[in-house]
Design a binder for this molecule. Sequence first.
Ligand SMILES: *Cc1c(COP(=O)(O)O)cnc(C)c1O
Ligand code: SF4
Length: 326
Amino acid sequence: MVKGNWQKEISEAITSVDELLNILDLQTSIAGDQLMFAPEFKLLVPRAYVSRMQKGNPQDPLLLQVLPRVLEACNVEGFSVDPLAERAVSPVPGLLHKYYGRVLITMAASCALNCRFCFRRHFPYAQNIIDENTCMGILAYIANDKTITEVILSGGEPLLISDAKFNTFINALEKIEHVKILRIHSRMPIVVSARITEELLCSLRKSRLQIVVVVHCNHANELVSAVTESIDKLRAAKVSVLNQSVLLRGINDNADALIALSYKLFNSGILPYYLHMLDKVQGAAHFAVSDTLARRLLAEVQSKLPGYLVPQLVREVPRATSKTRL
Ligand SMILES: *Cc1c(COP(=O)(O)O)cnc(C)c1O
Ligand code: SF4
């Protein structure tokens, strides 16, 4: 297989804590004993994302999203390995059917960038790898349930699959008449913009399905011109582009950061959709923001922005019939 630019960017991503600290001139400003040098959920960050971090700043909001810290080893009460009880809502391997009308497919078992606060960091992906058999099972399940009108590709990172595989999948999905919308939850347009290839755009453009891409951006500094270019291409292919963020302590837990994010998203052709409360996953407790602060921040954001730039503040509640507004 010919490797495209995006595959090269991923294979050259940084996986070493030392290398990351070196690039950012941070060897002396962060004490080594605060960091995890070989965590099980490894450090993984593409160089293009690192180039958006500020050198010499140990509190950089992009750095904090990817740098493994010893704090992750703390076991905090109420934080578990399966905070959403997802294992209970999977009728066939690789598929979650939790909400009316929508199913979510865990398309790929990994990501192009590992977020330290990831709610799926302990997800049993190995049991949910989408091979051809699993894929048939998933398509059969969807075909059998006429209430399913929207299929959501998630992961991990769904756009880690090749253009050829994506095209095969979307073609199969289009044959199921009651499916109208294909939603792709992907961090790729943000972290590896080159992933929005002409082949991918072609599959999206010619599809009878309405396509929604939900990117995942937590801070305005992530939105550089390469991102805007990839979003422009998606929008030119009639794709609706939304954003979901996670409210993260030390990263975006102030009104100015949230307001700047909304404006920058809009400027890049993206509308804010959700602002998620952190899922209580083991290893991420140090990112948690209290409900009180979250409500106060949202009220301030709401008082300063037009309604269309205010994301919905939500959390996942196991067994709830939708995401739950705060
Ligand atoms: C979040 C989620 C969805 C989508 O919910 P929306 O409110 O439509 O964005 C669907 N399925 C699962 C399992 C989810 O976690
Ligand atoms: S991109 Fe999403 S699924 Fe992947 S590590 Fe980050 S939060 Fe987790």
